[in-house]
Design a protein around this ligand. Structure first.
Ligand SMILES: Nc1nc2c(ncn2[C@@H]2O[C@H](COP(=O)(O)OP(=O)(O)OP(=O)(O)O)[C@@H](O)[C@H]2O)c(=O)[nH]1
Ligand SMILES: [Mg+2]
Length: 293
């Protein structure tokens, strides 16, 4: 059997988590139209007859200075080590690729690196050719694969490109496992996804979610969670008039989790708490699951 790890890297919002879900044909990583959605490395396991590929979705690379930003950056860069291949995603609809070129130059991979030019559905063919030329000039050794992940275009090509990078060996995970993350992690992420969906501006980025209890009773799940926000007035917004907003968030999260797990969830109760400056407090970061790197 052939096996290997493949890191998915790139700037925020380029479609890394969309790629992970598309490769697995299953949702394991949350997606949103807003930048800085993914905060941790998330492994997705693709089991086929002849191989097991373990893809690692990572937080978008950007240069923020909060302790949370540093946690996210370190999660992204460290996952490009000890892998069989790196997929570096680029948003083809951007005007300039200078920041991508700087980041790619700093990765210095010890394995094959593929440039995935995503979102080509948003540009004309002549512009795509121009962008490819720019990237090829900067990195003639790295193959470029065009993709439009929302149109399912390019996924087969990406899998084909990665197969020769795999090594002969025992699989890393059992063949019925699709992610390294448990139900509690997925529940917290889906609540964050709905926060990003329903609340604009900075509130979702200044929020964290903690799962207090997750129990399965008589075939159905019961989940209790806490959303931490940075300010008292944010707490009022997340709860909403008469609890309307938190009800909407909880209902959407419950439905999404039921779709992902094919399981019934009887209760999803969410508390909201103001925790000033949690993004810069190492103890609070740990409490919300963000390591102390
Ligand atoms: N038009 C278009 N949009 C896409 C494509 N692929 C992904 N998107 C959209 O781009 C947005 C960001 O997708 P994500 O998968 O969350 O991006 P990400 O790189 O994981 O973002 P971070 O986790 O913030 O780093 C979502 O709204 C996706 O639906 C594509 O091929 N074309
Ligand atoms: Mg993501």
């Amino acid at each position: 059997m052939k096996t290997g790890f493949i890191a998915i890297l790139g700037r925020p919002n380029v479609g890394k988590s969309t790629l992970l879900n598309a490769l697995l044909s299953k949702k394991v990583s949350i997606v949103s139209p807003r930048a800085q959605t993914t905060r941790d490395d998330i492994q997705g396991i693709l089991n086929e007859k002849d191989y097991q590929m373990v893809f690692v979705d990572t937080p978008g690379i950007y240069m923020g200075q909060e302790a949370l930003d540093k946690h996210m950056r370190s999660a992204a860069f460290s996952s490009s080590k000890d892998v069989e291949a790196v997929l570096y995603l680029i948003d083809a609809s951007e005007d300039s690729f200078e920041r991508d070129i700087d980041i790619i130059a700093s990765i210095k991979p010890t394995c094959p690196l593929f440039l995935i030019l995503n979102k080509v559905d948003l540009i004309r063919a002549d512009r795509a050719a121009e962008v490819k030329e720019t990237l090829h000039k900067a990195f003639s050794d790295y193959p470029i694969i065009e993709a439009s992940l929302i149109e399912n275009f390019g996924i087969k090509e990406i899998k084909q490109a990665v197969i020769p990078c795999l090594h002969e060996g025992e699989p890393f995970y059992p063949d019925d496992m699709i992610t390294d993350k448990d139900h509690a992690y997925q529940a917290k992420e889906v609540i964050r996804q709905e926060l990003l969906h329903f609340l604009k501006e900075e509130i979702p980025h200044q929020s964290a979610v903690k799962i207090d209890t997750l129990e399965k009773e008589r075939g159905a799940y019961k989940i209790e969670a806490t959303i931490a926000v940075e300010k008292e007035n944010h707490k009022a917004i997340v709860i909403g008039k008469g609890g309307q907003m938190i009800k909407k968030i909880s209902m959407a999260a419950r439905h999404e989790l039921e779709r992902m797990w094919h399981e019934h969830i009887t209760h999803l109760t969410i508390r909201v708490e103001a925790v000033p400056n949690w993004r810069n407090d190492p103890k609070k970061l740990l409490e919300f699951g963000y390591g102390n790197d």
